[in-house]
Design a protein around this ligand. Structure first.
Ligand SMILES: [Zn+2]
Length: 151
């Protein structure tokens, strides 16, 4: 009886709720059902795991509140072999420098890691650009005072 309406309300994510109803499973990740459903939606959109989305959300807020990590302990992910930070689990990208000469010697294998951009970084960058653009539009727009505010 709940199945139909749940699928209707939550769309494709409803199947996750249905599954839990059918198999009498409970979400064991201690997230409220609607938040979880939302995370599933985001995860599917960006082809990530729900855990990864949670990690990205958590890191974003932590960074805003002052969290930093220098990503010094690098591991490679079991799933895809790509580098990640063992301390904050940020996904990393290897930047390999072109060979160059230093003190008469060729330095060939010079590389470092940078944090990979997440969908959240892109979202906030776009957001900032949009709000900057909007702000500029507002400033450029000539003010015709007294037309709307006066009664
Ligand atoms: Zn780190």
């Amino acid at each position: 009886m709940r199945q139909g309406t749940k699928t209707g309300v939550f769309g494709f994510a409803g199947k996750y709720l249905d599954k839990s109803v059918d198999s009498k499973m409970t979400f064991n990740n201690y997230l409220p059902p609607k938040i979880y459903t939302f995370l599933v939606k985001i995860a599917e959109e960006h082809k990530l795991s729900v855990k990864e989305v949670q990690r990205i959300f958590l890191t974003k807020v932590a960074v805003d509140l002052g969290f930093t990590c220098d990503d010094e302990r690098i591991g490679s992910a079991k799933s895809d072999g790509n580098p990640y930070c063992k301390d904050c689990w940020a996904r990393l990208r290897k930047i390999i420098r072109e060979p160059y000469v230093l003190g008469g010697k060729w330095i060939k294998n010079d590389y470092h890691y940078v944090k990979k951009e997440t969908f959240l970084d892109e979202f906030y960058q776009d957001g900032q650009e949009t709000s900057k653009k909007r702000k500029k539009e507002m400033q450029d727009k000539p003010l015709d005072d007294h037309t709307e505010t006066e009664s």
